[in-house]
Design a protein around this ligand. Structure first.
Ligand SMILES: Nc1ncnc2c1ncn2[C@@H]1O[C@H](COP(=O)(O)OP(=O)(O)OP(=O)(O)O)[C@@H](O)[C@H]1O
Ligand SMILES: [Mg+2]
Length: 230
């Protein structure tokens, strides 16, 4: 049985985000730093390689069992005060399509358009977990296309644009682009995201371009990450 989210709310805005860059370019650091996640947020993480010890100064509660993760998530979401939390699922057998889908089903069921706070969901190692670069399928696809109405904000992290479903590029209103290893990857992202290819090619490690719905065509922000303690 697939749990269904509650209270569809069309007034909620689309706030999915993507972080794309070569290994070590600063994606995980960027997620912690550029304001998509704050200390008091309710956050669930698919974190197969234990990339997060803490998040915005808050400890992570980590589970290797999906059932235990789901219990912790649903009980934290049920708290009336809407207190923040950071809860991770780190499956023992790592990043794969089966684990992403099982995690996504739990997340989908925790969506609630009338909840005090959105549920922010970090998807690390997305490319290892998807089997298509066409449309995103299953519960993960549902989250991308329908999560907005239920207050679910997906944060998708991957190394190369070509490796993930086109739905990810299409549905993420916040786009963070870090250093690329190969020119053809930069060209792909420039076309899909609408950023100048020369700017992407010139990015050093820990520098990024970021584009949100507030930017008009041709506009974007440029920035550099700080080194974080944890
Ligand atoms: N501005 C910075 N200066 C120096 N080191 C940094 C800076 N930002 C991040 N780092 C460090 O560089 C390493 C790589 O950064 P990070 O883990 O964010 O990259 P990533 O893109 O997520 O890599 P991966 O693809 O392997 O997950 C980390 O150890 C991080 O602490
Ligand atoms: Mg990382």
């Amino acid at each position: 049985m697939i749990l269904q989210p509650k209270n569809p709310n069309n007034r909620l805005s689309a706030e999915h985000a993507l972080f794309v860059g070569s290994s070590g370019s600063g994606k995980t650091t960027g997620v912690k730093q550029v304001g998509v996640i704050n200390a008091t947020d309710q956050v669930a993480l698919f974190d197969p390689y234990l990339d997060y010890e803490a998040l915005c100064g808050r400890e992570i509660r980590r589970y290797t069992s999906l059932a235990a993760f789901a219990r912790a998530l649903f009980s934290a979401r049920a708290t009336k005060t809407g207190r923040g939390f950071k809860i991770a699922y780190s499956p023992k057998d790592g990043a794969n399509a089966k684990n992403l889908e099982a995690f996504s089903r739990v997340i989908w069921g925790a969506g609630d358009g009338n909840h005090k706070k959105p549920l922010k969901v970090v998807f690390e190692e997305l490319a290892k977990c998807v089997t298509t670069s066409g449309a995103a399928r299953g519960a993960f696809g549902e989250i991308l296309t329908g999560g907005r109405k239920f207050g679910i904000h997906a944060i998708c992290i991957f190394q190369r644009g070509q490796e993930v479903p086109k739905t990810v590029m299409g549905q993420c209103s916040i786009k963070w682009v870090g250093k690329q290893q190969r020119e053809q990857d930069a060209v792909y992202l420039a076309r899909e995201i609408g950023l100048p290819v020369d700017k992407i090619i010139a990015l050093p490690k820990f520098h990024y371009l970021m584009k949100t719905d507030d930017h008009n065509i041709g506009q974007f922000d440029e920035g550099k990450l700080r080194k974080l303690a944890a």
